[in-house]
Design a binder for this molecule. Structure first.
Ligand code: NDP
Length: 270
C-alpha cells in the first residue's frame, strides 16, 4: 500500500495511458463554477479541445450547450463525456458503459434479473445501460420514492425493461431469482464499515454482487458477499472502464486497461 496521489483519478489514468500509447495528448483538470459553464464550453470550442469529462454539478446543465446526444445520454438526461467531431460537440455518458464492461468480466448482462440499490446519477446510468444491454428485469430499491419512482418509470417506459420500485424499509431481502445485485448508493464512500441496508443472509452462491464505491474498494458489502460465496465486482473496474471508453471515443485508440488500473491503484495508494 502506497501513498495516495493528489489530483483527479481519471486524469492520472488518462495521462499514463496517453504515454503508454505514445500519444502526445494532455488531460487537464479544470474547475468551472456553474455560472461559468457556458463560457467554458465556448472556450473548449475556441481552443479546439477534442472533448472532456463533466462531473457534478455540470452533468445535466451542459446538455443544452451541446449539438447532439447519444441515445444513452438522452435517456439518462446526463452527460459525463463530450466528444468533438468536426465542429460539433456530442454528449455521451460512459459511467453506465463502464459498469457494463466491468460486469462482462464476470457475467453477461443479457437476460439477467438485477436488483439496483440507489436511484441517483450512478444508478440511473447503470440502469439505463443495463437495460440497453438486454437485462431482463431491474428492481430499483431506494430510500426515497422521489428519486426511485422516476428511475423505475424511465426504465420500464423508455428503456423498455421490466422494472419497479421498492422503497427501502428496514433490510431488503434479495429475491432468490436475482442474478446481479448492485450497490449504486453512496453508502460505503470513505467508510469501509458502512452497512448497506440488505439482509446479508439473502446473499447466496451464484449471485454477482457489484459495488460502485471505489474508495475504499473493499466495501463491507463486498466482504459480506465474499463470505456468502458470491462473485464480487469492485467499483475500480467501472471507473477504469469509463476511462478506457472515453479514451477510445476521443483518440480512436484502444487504451491499455492494465496500465489504467495500475495507475488508479497507485493514485488511491492501494
Ligand atoms: P447521488 O447523490 O446522486 O445518489 C446517492 C444515492 O444513494 C441515492 O439513491 C440515495 O438515496 C442513496 N443513499 C445515500 N445515502 C443513503 C443511506 N444512508 N441510506 C439509503 N440510501 C442512501 O450519488 P451518485 O449516484 O452520483 O453516486 C453514488 C456513488 O457512486 C458515489 O459514492 C460515487 O462515488 C459512486 N460512483 C462511482 C463511479 C465509479 O466509476 N466507480 C462512477 C460514478 C459514481 P435517496 O434518493 O433516498 O437520497
Amino acid at each position: 500500500m502506497g501513498q495516495p496521489v493528489a489530483g483527479n483519478p481519471t486524469q492520472y489514468m488518462m495521462e499514463k495511458a496517453f504515454a503508454k500509447a505514445g500519444l502526445d495528448w494532455r488531460y487537464l483538470t479544470l474547475e468551472v463554477a456553474p455560472e461559468g459553464l457556458e463560457d467554458a464550453i465556448r472556450g473548449m470550442r475556441a481552443m479546439g479541445f477534442k472533448g472532456g469529462n463533466f462531473t457534478i454539478p455540470h452533468k445535466v446543465a451542459v446538455i443544452p450547450l451541446l449539438d447532439e446526444l447519444s441515445e444513452a445520454a438522452r435517456l439518462m438526461g446526463a452527460v459525463n463525456c463530450v466528444n468533438r467531431v468536426d465542429d460539433r460537440l456530442i454528449g455521451e455518458n460512459t459511467d453506465g458503459k463502464g459498469f457494463v464492461e466491468s460486469l462482462r468480466g464476470v457475467a453477461e448482462p443479457e437476460g439477467k434479473k438485477v436488483v439496483l440499490l440507489g436511484a441517483g446519477g450512478a444508478a440511473r446510468a447503470i440502469g439505463v445501460e443495463l437495460g440497453l444491454s438486454g437485462a431482463a428485469d431491474i428492481t430499483v430499491v431506494n430510500r426515497s420514492a422521489e428519486r426511485g419512482e422516476p428511475l423505475a418509470r424511465l426504465l420500464s417506459d423508455e428503456v423498455k425493461v421490466a422494472s419497479r420500485l421498492v422503497v427501502l424499509e428496514g433490510d431488503y431481502a434479495i429475491p432468490e431469482d436475482t442474478d446481479v445485485l448492485i450497490n449504486a448508493t453512496s453508502i460505503g464512500l470513505g467508510d469501509a464499515a458502512a452497512r448497506v441496508p440488505i439482509d446479508v443472509n439473502s446473499l447466496r452462491e451464484g449471485l454477482v454482487v457489484a459495488d460502485v464505491i471505489f474508495n475504499p474498494p473493499q466495501t463491507r458489502l463486498l466482504r459480506d458477499a465474499q463470505e456468502h460465496g458470491c462473485t464480487t465486482l469492485d467499483g475500480l473496474g467501472m471507473l477504469v472502464n469509463q476511462a478506457v471508453i472515453g479514451f477510445k471515443i476521443w483518440t480512436n485508440v484502444d487504451a491499455d486497461a492494465g496500465v489504467m488500473r495500475e495507475a488508479l491503484e497507485e493514485f488511491l495508494g492501494i
